[in-house]
Design a binder for this molecule. Structure first.
Ligand code: HEC
Ligand code: HEC
Length: 74
C-alpha cells in the first residue's frame, strides 16, 4: 500500500460500518477527554479526521464520516 493511503479495515471489522456507523468507529478510535484513542490497543485517528484538524474538538469532521469510502474492508 502506498504511503499515506488509508489502511484497510481488518477482517474483525466485517459489517461494522453498516451496523455501528461512524459514531461506533469513533467509540474505539476516537478521542475523549480522557484518552485518544478511547480503546486502548486500537489506533488513533489522524488529526485531519477532526473538526478544525484537531482531536481536541472531540468531533469528527463531516468530510470524514463515511469511513468505509476510504477504509475499504480488507
Ligand atoms: C470495538 C472497537 C472497535 C470498533 C468499533 C472499530 N474498531 Fe477499528 N480497530 C480496532 C482495533 C482494536 C484495531 C487494531 C487491531 C485489529 O486489527 O483488530 C482496529 C484496527 C482498525 C484499522 C486498521 C488500522 C491500521 O493501522 O492498520 C482501521 C482502518 C480501522 N480499525 C477502522 C475502523 C472503522 C472505519 C471502524 C468503524 C466501521 C472501526 N474501525 C470500528 C477497534 C475497533
Ligand atoms: C477521505 C478519506 C478518509 C475517510 C472518510 C476516513 N479516513 Fe481514516 N484515514 C484516511 C487516510 C488517508 C489515513 C492515513 C493517513 C496517514 O497515513 O497519514 C487514515 C488513517 C486512519 C487511522 C489511523 C491508522 C493508523 O495506522 O495509524 C484510523 C484509525 C482511521 N483513519 C480511522 C477512520 C475512521 C474511524 C473513519 C470514520 C469515522 C475514517 N478514518 C474516515 C482517510 C480517511
Amino acid at each position: 500500500m502506498p504511503a499515506g493511503a488509508p489502511p484497510l479495515m481488518p477482517a474483525t471489522h466485517q459489517d461494522r460500518f453498516e451496523t455501528l456507523g461512524a459514531s461506533g468507529c469513533y467509540g474505539c478510535h476516537g478521542a475523549s477527554e480522557r484518552s485518544n484513542p478511547m480503546l486502548n490497543g486500537s489506533k488513533a485517528m489522524p488529526e485531519d479526521h477532526y473538526v478544525d484538524g484537531s482531536s481536541q474538538t472531540l468531533e469528527l469532521d463531516p468530510t470524514h464520516d463515511q469511513c468505509n469510502t476510504c477504509h475499504v474492508q480488507g
